[in-house]
Write a protein that binds this ligand. Structure first.
Ligand code: ADP
Ligand code: MG
Length: 295
């Protein structure tokens, strides 16, 4: 597992890490209000958790930040750039990297090629120039491959670079997905349930990796996660959603004791077992089909 950024990984050099501001965000799907007037700020360089029972609106919020869902009301800014006015395909290039709740890897392609997918949002020539194998694109591609390999090294998957992603363990595939998100050189990394489906030792490793990414790269991390020991152990700030409304936004120690948070999670008990703040739970709200596309 990565412990610190190798000396040659200096992706934070010159990177301007700015706050991500969600301002009065409302998203409706027909009659369903998925998010209702939600505002919070991810401060630069912090690990910020977004939690809440199933159906609370966490993935919808992620989809709004990455431009997949347009807001019904409100806006989202990264520094002074208005993400909600930016086409989805340009948001990654502004510094928003996203890993997915359900793995979005090409199993038959190599780990390196999967991570390279993240680089294409940064290239001016795009897929077509690469497909034509123009000389300048070949030179650029080599540089991008070196960078992708560095990122894999940092994430602890360097040994698997040329293996098909599909043969890796689940935990390592999650790492490849995170490496792909880091390949866009983000200033904010968004992780949707990175520890889902992991046992406790894998979860502890994932917590270590998230911590190392923040320490090593100096970027912000916005994290949706059900595992409360992970969230409360590494988050600087925790925003809690319930039925699309923000019910708490504070440091872990305060959120854990917040009566409305405890109530939301207790109300969620029964349908599924999940960790919630105090003696955590997850939820009864309807679970939509995840609608997510790679950045
Ligand atoms: P979470 O990720 O917190 O579990 P979601 O953001 O996925 O919650 O869902 C929040 C609410 O929005 C749910 O009621 C869900 O059914 C609804 N929802 C999410 N995406 C869509 C969609 N594309 N169309 C209709 N309803 C949706
Ligand atoms: Mg979700």
């Amino acid at each position: 597992m990565a412990t610190a950024a190798p000396a040659h990984v200096t992706p934070d050099a010159g990177r301007d890490v700015r706050p991500l501001s969600v301002e009065g965000l409302t998203i409706r799907f027909g009659g369903i209000v998925a998010l209702q007037d939600v505002s919070f700020t991810v401060r630069p360089g912090t690990i910020h958790a977004l939690i809440g029972p199933n159906g609370a609106g966490k993935s919808t919020c992620f989809n709004a930040i990455t431009g997949i869902y347009p807001p019904t009301e409100g806006r989202i800014l990264l520094g002074d750039k208005v993400l909600t006015d930016t086409p989805a395909h340009r948001i990654a290039a502004l510094g928003v990297g996203r890993a997915f709740q359900n793995l979005a890897l090409v199993g038959s392609s190599s780990v390196l090629d999967n991570v390279m997918l993240g680089r294409y949002s940064l290239t001016s020539g795009g897929f077509l120039a690469y497909g034509l194998r123009l000389p300048w694109t070949m030179r650029a591609e080599r540089r991008h491959q070196e960078r992708a390999a560095e990122i894999c090294d940092f994430i602890g998957i360097a040994a698997h670079l040329h293996k098909p992603a599909g043969v890796l363990s689940y935990g390592d595939q999650k790492r490849v997905d995170i490496a792909r998100a880091l390949a866009v050189e983000p200033t904010i990394l968004m992780l949707d349930e990175p520890a889902a489906g992991m046992n406790s030792s894998e979860t502890a490793e994932m917590a270590g990796l998230i911590h190392d990414i923040r320490e090593g790269l100096g970027i912000s991390i916005l994290l949706v996660e059900h595992d409360m020991s992970l969230v409360m152990g590494i988050a600087d700030q925790v925003t809690v959603l319930d039925f699309g409304r923000l019910i708490a936004d504070d440091v872990p120690a305060v959120v854990q004791k917040d009566p409305s948070v405890i109530r939301a999670y207790l109300g969620a008990e029964g349908s599924q077992t999940h960790d919630a703040p105090a003696a955590p739970a997850s939820a009864p709200h309807p679970q939509p089909d995840e609608k997510e596309t790679p950045a």
